[in-house]
Write a protein that binds this ligand. Structure first.
Ligand code: HEM
Length: 464
């Protein structure tokens, strides 16, 4: 506990937001982490908001903390990243992601890693690589769905997004033993990111630390292998994957590249597969939206045929999917994939009459604005149509932050939106679906379905 920071504010007469610091050491961390549907803020936060207002103090993850459910403060924090604030992830998360992971890096090195990732996922590469690859992996996956046999949708979504990322990062192909080995290691790594940070033999956290080391070794080998091929003039991949791109464009060492790769796999695989699963779940409860999506996408296919184009989706096709984009926006609003982020004040900060002392943690809770009834009518309702009218209003600009904002905003947001839209296109054209058993998304580190969202599908033949 940063207890110096905790107590000295009283002596300094600062106006700290109201709240309670909970138990010594533990503070209110257990209450804060208590499971609740990801489409709500949960009992703990609703109670605090009612008692103290949108900005309150607490003691979370071992540090005195200002929790913000106030969209203006959230925006202020993110827009002052690198100036008044810096990332402050719990040590256990930082240890597992690596010290050169983008989530924990600051300053010049962060900017450098960010620009590499953003360039790697720029529009040109989305058009020329990611779009075609996503469509291929989505179609290959949908072809394995068996009519009437329940299966967990999350697992299938994960396969799609994992395959897409390892292909584009390391030119590894789905189904090959090396890829499968990496996938299993990665899954163990992922469990540790979410688990309690207990570093004893046999714990998920310890296993994740071990998987991280093995993954880094694998990457080191792949790097050496590629360097040798380049020297011998036998490398025919070039800059088509991230590995080639990094070797050409930067001088990252194996550990830095490893952390970057893990960050992109982590950022780019778990989040977008969760988004796809949430879309399947929300749409299942909203047949009218499925019908409208189906009309939009059937129309798109017919128009392509009329124009004599091939079946493969183009960037222009993707950009014309207006209603699918409303579904994506609404899924991200209501699903709250990243409910909050961790920051720390670098210096004493004043906001709306409150003081945030230097060294205190700040937790901007994005979900609070997404579920605020003064911003979104009937916020608990999945209503993609709301995005047809509010796209340019303040709701979008000030209160909608599924991808964060500012210096540290999501490097893969365009890729994520595209993947989900392309998935929706093929889903509604090929299947009707229903839940095989009741299941709901709960707010763990990410939203998780207890049963992985078991669904049953019926194959459609509207394309024939
Ligand atoms: C629906 C899917 C996604 C959501 C909701 C999401 C959300 C976010 C959020 C909220 C942040 C900001 C974290 C912070 O402020 O500390 C972030 C950062 C990041 N995301 Fe995503 N993300 C998604 C998909 C992706 C994909 C597909 C990739 C890459 C392939 C990716 C890569 C990253 C990276 C590298 C960062 C760190 C950026 C930085 O530190 O400057 N994300 N993401």
């Amino acid at each position: 506990l940063r207890s110096g920071a905790n107590e000295s504010w009283k002596k300094r007469g600062l106006n700290i937001p109201p709240g309670s610091m909970g138990w010594p050491l533990l503070g209110e961390t257990i209450a804060f982490r208590k499971l609740h549907p990801c489409t709500s803020l949960g009992e703990y936060m609703e109670d605090r908001l009612q008692r103290y207002g949108k900005i309150y103090r607490s003691n979370l993850f071992g540090a005195p903390t200002v929790v913000s459910a106030d969209a203006e403060l959230n925006r202020f924090v993110l827009m002052n990243d690198g100036k008044l604030f810096e990332p402050s992830w719990p040590k256990s998360v930082a240890d597992i992601l690596g010290k050169t992971s983008m989530l924990v890096l600051t300053g010049e090195m962060h900017r450098y890693m960010k620009s590499l990732s953003v360039n790697f996922m720029g529009i040109a590469r989305l058009r020329n690589h990611f779009l075609g690859d996503s469509e291929r992996y989505i179609l290959e996956n949908l072809a394995t769905w068996k009519e009437g046999v329940p299966f967990p949708a999350k697992e299938e979504a994960c396969k799609i997004t994992f395959n897409l990322m390892v292909k584009n990062i390391l030119s590894m192909n789905p189904g090959e033993p090396e890829t499968e080995r990496l996938r299993i290691l990665y899954m163990s790594f992922m469990k540790g990111v979410i688990a309690m940070p207990l570093n004893f033999p046999g714990t998920a956290y310890r296993k994740a630390i071990q998987s991280r080391a093995t993954i880094l070794k694998t990457i080191e080998h792949l790097m050496e292998d590629r360097l040798e091929k380049k020297k011998a003039g036998t490398d025919n991949i070039g800059e088509a994957d991230l590995l080639g791109f990094i070797l050409e464009q930067s001088n990252l060492d194996a550990e830095q590249f490893g952390d970057l790769l893990l960050g992109l796999l982590f950022g780019g695989h778990e989040t977008s597969s969760t988004a796809i699963t949430l879309a399947i779940y929300f749409l299942e409860g909203c047949p009218k939206a499925v019908q409208e999506l189906r009309e939009e996408h059937l129309n798109l296919v017919r128009m392509k045929k009329q124009r004599g184009e091939s079946k493969a989706l183009t960037w222009e096709d993707y950009k014309s999917m207006d209603f699918a984009q409303c579904v994506v926006s609404e899924t991200l609003r209501l699903g709250n994939i990243i409910k909050f982020v961790h920051r720390k004040a670098n210096t004493d900060v004043q906001f709306k009459g409150y003081d945030i002392p230097s060294g205190w943690s700040v937790i901007p809770v994005f979900a609070a604005a997404h579920l605020d009834p003064t911003v979104y009518d009937n916020p608990q309702k999945f209503d993609p149509w709301r995005w047809q009218t509010i796209s340019s209003s303040t709701a979008r600009i000030d209160n909608y932050m599924p991808f964060g904002q500012g210096l540290r905003n999501c490097a893969g947001l365009e890729l994520a939106k595209m993947e989900i839209a392309v998935f929706l296109h093929h889903l509604v054209l090929n299947f009707d679906w229903e839940l095989a058993e009741p299941d709901h998304p709960l707010a763990y580190a990410f939203p998780e379905f207890e049963k992985g969202l078991p669904i049953k599908v019926r194959k459609l033949s509207i394309l024939e």
